[in-house]
Design a protein around this ligand. Structure first.
Ligand code: PLP
Length: 392
């Protein structure tokens, strides 16, 4: 039988930009070289013990062994609503304004199926989390990138969106604190988003995965703090970075009840909810409140200071983040971000992510993550310093 041709949506996926880097990484490792990966945003520290203990206890209870409810246990949704109330002063109805997710990626990837018809444009910020573009395309929509430029503080210029595009667009994905630039948005910007989306009948989809990792006392806001935001917006939140739970796959979407219900409807047809024992562990995490992410932020802040100082010492000009665990840094010299990352890896064994991997508007930058233990980070910085004189 001839091999079946994959669907066009798979064939249309952009070339995997990290393939070359992955190959070089594998080759170095095969040669026995010690590679330090500052490319992946996956916390090195474990999930706090009380959360793990709660999972163990709940996993032993047969009541949690069946199919979970699609929209999430009331206990989980209530905990998410309590947390929003405490953290942002935003009131949510757990019955209609919260839905559990199998990680926020799952919700982001499925949301366009609820709102984007074939041929509809979907707006997203670029550079950005690659799932925005792909999920719009998978729904048959037309991904329309809004460039994030340094001169605008890496915020999209909504006034520059052509009227015709804005009129036809169905959704807008955006994300602050931002991955990869680590830029932050204040409530003024969120107000602009709300009025733009209201004017053009667009669903504002804010990816808030990094609101809890922030430095120097800064507390990133929620889109839903803007009066009226719930009429046009939803917000995705994740337990992954806030509580070192990336492997657990737990998140939630909150906001506009119609949009929450529409996303829930997609999910009832695709997945069967989040393991209840994980949801109970999530309740434990959310009810513990701020202490865990505040402690984590303290650790990342020290690492940020160490990395920024060392990079400056090598003649680089990193942007100093106020939140998220990423350092966004202009590529030195004239080469592309891919060439730079490749050379750096081959010469020093340190992996950094080329900015273009996050979209064409990420060209000219590279990203370093702060999710390696201090001593590994220190070693990586020493190696970068050693090669800096020959590479730039
Ligand atoms: C900007 C952004 N959004 C969403 C996610 C997805 O997080 P999760 O699916 O673990 O909740 C990530 C993960 O790296 C991210 O960087």
């Amino acid at each position: 039988m001839p091999p079946v041709k994959p669907a066009q949506r798979i064939l249309d996926l952009p070339a995997y930009l990290f393939a070359e880097l992955d190959r070089a990484k594998a080759e170095l490792r095969a040669q026995g070289k010690d590679v330090i990966d500052l490319g992946i945003g996956d916390p090195d520290l474990p999930t706090p013990a009380p959360i793990v203990e709660e999972l163990k206890k709940r996993a032993e209870d047969p009541a949690n062994h069946g199919y979970p409810s699609y929209e999430g246990l009331p206990a989980f949704r209530e905990a998410a609503a309590r947390w929003y109330g405490r953290r942002f002063g935003v009131e949510l109805d757990p019955a209609t304004e919260v839905v559990s997710l199998i990680g926020s990626k799952e919700g982001i990837a499925h949301l366009p199926l609820a709102y984007v018809d074939p041929g509809d444009p979907g707006l997203f910020t670029d550079p950005g989390y690659p799932v925005y573009r792909v999920s719009i395309a998978f729904a048959g929509g037309i991904p329309a990138a809004l460039p994030l430029k340094r001169e605008n503080g890496f915020l999209p210029d909504l006034d520059a969106v052509p009227e015709d595009l804005a009129r036809r667009a169905k959704i807008l994905f955006f994300n602050y604190p931002n991955n990869p630039t680590a830029a932050c948005a204040d409530l003024d910007f969120f107000e602009k988003v709300v009025s733009f989306c209201r004017r053009h009948d667009i669903l504002a989809c804010h990816d808030a995965a990094y609101t809890e990792i922030a430095f120097d006392g800064y507390r990133p806001p929620s889109l839903l703090q803007v009066p009226g935001a719930k009429e046009v917006g939803i917000e995705f939140h994740s337990l992954s970075k806030t509580f070192n739970m990336t492997g657990w796959r737990a998140g939630f979407c909150v906001g506009n009840p119609r949009a929450v219900a529409a996303l829930g409807k997609v999910k009832t047809n695709i997945d069967s909810g989040l393991f209840q024992a994980i949801q109970y562990a999530g309740v434990e995490a959310l009810d513990r409140g701020d202490r865990i992410p505040l402690e984590l932020s303290g650790i990342y802040q020290k690492r940020r200071d160490m990395v920024v100082k060392a990079l400056r010492g090598c003649g680089l000009e990193p942007l100093v983040p106020r939140a998220a665990f990423y350092i966004w840094c202009p590529v030195p010299g004239k080469g592309s971000s891919r060439e730079f990352s490749r050379k750096l890896l081959l010469e020093s064994g340190v992996v950094v992510t080329p900015g273009v991997g996050f979209g064409e508007h990420g060209e000219g930058y590279f990203r370093i993550t702060l999710t390696q233990p201090d001593e590994r980070l220190r070693e990586a910085l020493l190696r970068i310093q050693r090669v800096s004189e020959t590479l730039w």
